[in-house]
Design a protein around this ligand. Sequence first.
Ligand code: ADP
Ligand code: MG
Length: 697
Amino acid sequence: MKDIKSLFGSMVFNDIVMRAKLPKEIYKALKKTMSQGTHLELDVANVVANAMKDWAVEKGATHFTHWFQPMTGTTAEKHDSFITPSGDSKVIMEFSGKELVRGESDASSFPSGGLRATFEARGYTVWDTTSYAFLKDGTLYIPTAFCSYSGEALDKKTPLLRSMEAIDKQAIRILRLFGNKSARRVITTVGPEQEYFLIDHDMFLERPDLVYTGRTLFGARPPKGQELEDHYFGCLKPRVSAFMKELEEELWKLGVYAKTKHNETAPAQHELALIFTTANISTDHNQLTMELMKTIANKHGLACLLHEKPFAGVNGSGKHNNWSLCTDKGINLLEPGETPYENAQFLLFLVAVIKAVDEYQDLLRVSAASAGNDHRLGGNEAPPAIISMFLGDELTEILEALESGNDYHGREKDQMEIGVTVLPHFPKDTTDRNRTSPFAFTGNKFEFRMVGSTFSIAGPNIVLNTVTAEVLRQFADILEKSNNFTSDLASLVRTTYRDHKRIIFNGNNYSEEWVIEAKRRGLSNLENTVDALPAFVTKKNIELFTQHHVYTESEIHSRYEILMDGYCKTLHVEALTMVEMVNGQIIPACIDYQNDLAKLLDRKKRIGEYDNSLEAYLLERVSKNSAILLKKLTNLENVLNETKDNKNDILSTACFYRDKIVPAMSELRLIVDELETIVAKKYWPLPIYGELLYSVV
Ligand code: ADP
Ligand code: MG
């Protein structure tokens, strides 16, 4: 049995290591920078860098890298060695404070959405002191933010940190109103649950669609899908179990709080949940988790699929983003408290989130929009594209009682006139869960379930933090001016709930009635990425982000462009892959099969006395469907051709992909899947769904 306690965090330059390795004064100065964002003096940085390097070299490291999160969906790194010539044909290992704090990197190959003019190719990486440095594969990783020469954010981390500051500022104002003088910061806490598929690696390599696009572009449904529901929480197969064990250990070494692992609903689908921590560290950890899932799977002869919808007709993968607010003293602000005062404060934060989600439904939808997630949202396993909130019956009743002026538990003398004296603790067990809700209150946090499995969680949390910060700002503005805090507070809770309760829906979000009901309530229903993304650049939303200094206006426009462009490029690669597979693999298979059938028919005809009805029937069926295949292929090739020399703006281009390319792809898929069931197995050039989904034993 490994010593997990000493394993955990053993590759992290964390607080324990800092305390042990740094002189007291330096440690104090660094902690101050970490917790208060104060400037780090170069002499301090030099000492820290040297201690880091000594610690890393002791553990076998030779290189360091500034690790950052550009707008590509993955992380980026450039490795430099610690080696410095010492003048006598020898080298010494060096690492300066300057190298630790700031790096220069050629940024021209990362998406910038026009932010970084090409003549200014330099980008900078700046040490993010709020996330610990760590060691991986002989390299010291320094988490950094990535920005352009003129200071615009080119990454996902910078706006996340800004949004955490925004909500901190406003939440503290609220806490002060409730007489809390001790809390110095309010921190966003996040715990992501990551879904993924594991399939056999050899089969993965036999599918160009999986290799190029991460999802199967063809594939008929297997006789057995997930209908027997025998996979969810089922026992782990030995190969999967060995993979998970290694994954967990590697994550623990990096200080990642891997906690729960289990099989998910679909065959070959699994989930890993991390214990929550600050939104920033959690984002880093989720990126590391996804990366390690892929590399460790390879080591075990497996391929890890992180795509939102690797298999049509089978549940897709999402990422549940559990989100809450916590003071630096460890008090969860979304946890009902012990006293009426605490409960009033809880209710105020609760209605703030309700209002924020209602007023900025479109932005939350934007934060979950991508070509991959379009296959999932609105499907039968994922929440619909409509944002609503689940509060549970009990909490809804409390708010209803407050709104109508009826006391929930009766008011006692000397209690706050908020109407609620004692709030019950809400059950956290799974029985009370509404798993169809895109945004559910689960006892002491909210769970945002629309996020796609490949996403960085930075985006959704930037939105959650900023929209909530905005409502808290409005609340603080009102209450700070109030002459009667108690009654103004009560009426603020009441009116906010009254005005925004349309967003609350405790029923089945998958039902068709809900779509109609949501429309009646005036909720937005942005069905796909192209419908959703323009919401990012509306006047109202630009004002929101700029006012809270989360994005500048040009940063918003650049991100909008990058997201739209990403949508088009994803579909373009998928369509090209389809064309290549049909031309190179599917058509030859159909021809071979027809050829053999025709030869047999011919022979039978020559002999003359056998019944040839089966061969004739099969040959006719393959021929007919092959002709349809050609038509659908030509159609896709034609619409793809239209995208060449395209001079349209990004929105019309994206509309073209959505309205022309996607349907052409679907039609081509349909006929290929039909052919898969007709052409004899030995001719079919691809591993089929049944094999892919049940390949790991
Ligand atoms: P369950 O297992 O019933 O879904 P858990 O309490 O185990 O609920 O939480 C699921 C996820 O929510 C985990 O990733 C967990 O770390 C996270 N989580 C729990 N509390 C918080 C919180 N206060 N803030 C953010 N995430 C949280
Ligand atoms: Mg969950």
